[in-house]
Design a protein around this ligand. Structure first.
Ligand code: SAM
Length: 471
């Protein structure tokens, strides 16, 4: 029985509720009156239910789809302004005991080189990332209780935070590791992590079990209930995601929103972020063997609908996507992107992008400087801000900041300050020139006069060599 408040995976992601929602969506995909009323509701910026959003996803009317796109763009502007938060993944270990059929780290893969970073290697990777200008990382690891136990992950986090190279610092470490226990989530929280990210891969239980035939990840309920355990362990920023291509996208979309509704119903706070990865080629993985790949247009529509359905949830896109696709979905709702990623273990200290331990093929291969310049030329402000979680604005406190409309007096100046640091310490001359102009222009967009004065003052101090200011 469907119950968003239940703590049982099969009740808050109830299979028949998903199917009924899809049936309802099919029956109403030409019901213009209903579609208009759902779009009107979305305009209130309070989100949509999984059923309502599913109707819009099923709708094939060109004019209505254009209206949805425009609304997504507007909501993106209202909630996130023109800021795009930058991050990079850091692969710690590709040892893995699971059998995920889409991932090259699966246990049966004897071809791929296995590697786990030593603390000295973690340090060198972090220095390389700091030297590009990164301040925010997402650490990634396979699941292997012997090679990558929680103690290893915690030690790596400690090492990462401890490194201060030149003006560099990693100020927020998000964690993408396999589902674990409340006790381990508590340890991660104590280690000072930002968001705990775990992709559901697929919400369809039967497919899930087939796609994860062996290893601890086979357990659908344990995996699906992980975010509840993370929250019980004190982590209130959690990041959801599905791996598009594994199952029917309409199923995944409805269930993903049901998961968000569940978190809101039980914990009073929805997901901090949603990621939208698509399957990519990798070592022994051919994405074409999966039947459910989605077109770029469908992908963009999903992003737009996530934006209007959960306006307070950030959306992340990785370098799995090309520059062209990223450009489109940034406009429609994505608020965080990775740049200059290497998805191999130890990849950042290599001259050439290595492939031997890579998790997936990177489509966007530009340097961080190039990505930053490209964003600015497109009218965006690349932000290296990590202030919220360092100020304790996580979970519902972050949501209140969004809802209070104070983002423009808080996130906006923080974005300018951290961009300034990047320009001073890491940017190419051309990038610096473009950036200085943008900062000058964008200062005018800070509504509160005192905040504007403070920001100007911080910018001057950064020029004089001081670092790490925040609101
Ligand atoms: N091992 C952890 C887990 O199972 O959740 C950590 C995550 S793994 C390092 C990061 C994510 O990469 C996975 O959750 C999966 O969605 C994605 N991934 C795996 N294989 C992929 C592929 N071939 N193409 C694109 N993404 C892939």
């Amino acid at each position: 029985m469907y119950n968003p408040k239940s703590l049982k995976a099969e009740e808050f992601i109830d299979h028949s509720e998903v199917l009924e929602s899809l049936k309802y969506a099919d029956e109403n995909k030409d019901n213009m009156e209903l579609i208009d009323s759902i779009i009107e509701k979305a305009k209130l910026r309070k989100g949509l239910s999984h059923r309502e959003a599913s109707v819009l996803l099923a709708c094939e009317d060109e004019a209505k789809n254009k209206e949805i796109e425009d609304l997504a763009e507007q909501i993106k502007k209202d909630f996130y302004g023109n800021r795009i938060v930058m991050f990079a993944p850091l692969y710690l270990s590709n040892y893995c005991v699971n059998g995920c059929v889409y991932c090259p780290y699966h246990r049966q893969n004897t071809h791929i080189a296995r590697k786990k970073l030593t603390q000295e290697e973690v340090k060198n990777e972090v220095i390389a990332l700091q030297d590009m200008g990164h301040k925010r990382l997402a650490i990634e690891a396979g699941e292997d209780p012997v090679n990558n136990p929680i103690e290893y992950i915690l030690e790596c986090i400690k090492t990462i935070y401890s490194i201060k190279h030149k003006n560099g610092a990693i100020r927020r470490v998000n964690v993408n590791i396999a589902a674990t226990t409340v006790e381990n989530y508590r340890k991660l929280k104590e280690a000072g992590i930002g968001t705990y990210i775990l992709f559901q891969e697929t919400y369809h239980k039967e497919s899930y079990e087939k796609l994860h035939p062996t290893g601890p990840k086979h357990n659908y309920a344990y995996h699906t209930e992980a975010m509840d355990r993370a929250m019980e362990g004190g982590i209130d920023d959690v990041g959801l995601g599905v791996l598009f291509g594994l199952e029917l996208y309409r199923y995944e979309f409805a269930a993903l929103l049901m998961h968000a509704e569940h978190l809101e119903a039980v914990h009073g706070v929805g997901p901090h972020t949603i990621s939208v990865p698509r399957i990519k080629r990798a070592d022994d993985i051919d994405p074409n063997v999966f039947d459910n790949g989605i077109s770029d247009d469908t992908f963009a529509k999903i992003c737009a609908l996530i934006r209007i359905s959960v306006p307070y949830t950030g959306m992340i896109i990785s370098t799995r996507e090309s520059q062209e696709v990223r450009e489109k979905v940034i406009r429609l709702g994505v608020s965080q992107i990775s740049g200059a990623s290497r998805t191999s273990v130890g990849g950042y200290t290599e001259e050439e992008r290595p492939h031997d331990t890579e998790q997936f093929d990177v489509s966007d291969q530009r340097t961080l400087d190039e990505v930053v310049r490209w964003l600015m030329k497109g009218g965006y402000i690349p932000s290296f801000c990590t202030a919220c979680y360092r100020e304790g604005r996580t979970g519902d406190r972050f949501m209140s900041l969004c809802k209070s409309g104070q983002i423009q007096n808080c996130c906006h100046p923080n974005a300018l300050i951290t961009l300034k640091e990047f320009l001073e310490d890491y940017a190419e001359p051309e990038t610096k020139k473009v950036g200085e102009e943008i900062i000058k222009e964008q200062l005018k967009e800070i509504p509160n006069e005192r905040t504007r004065e403070f920001t100007e003052n911080y910018l001057k101090k950064i020029e004089q060599g001081e670092r790490d200011f925040r609101f």
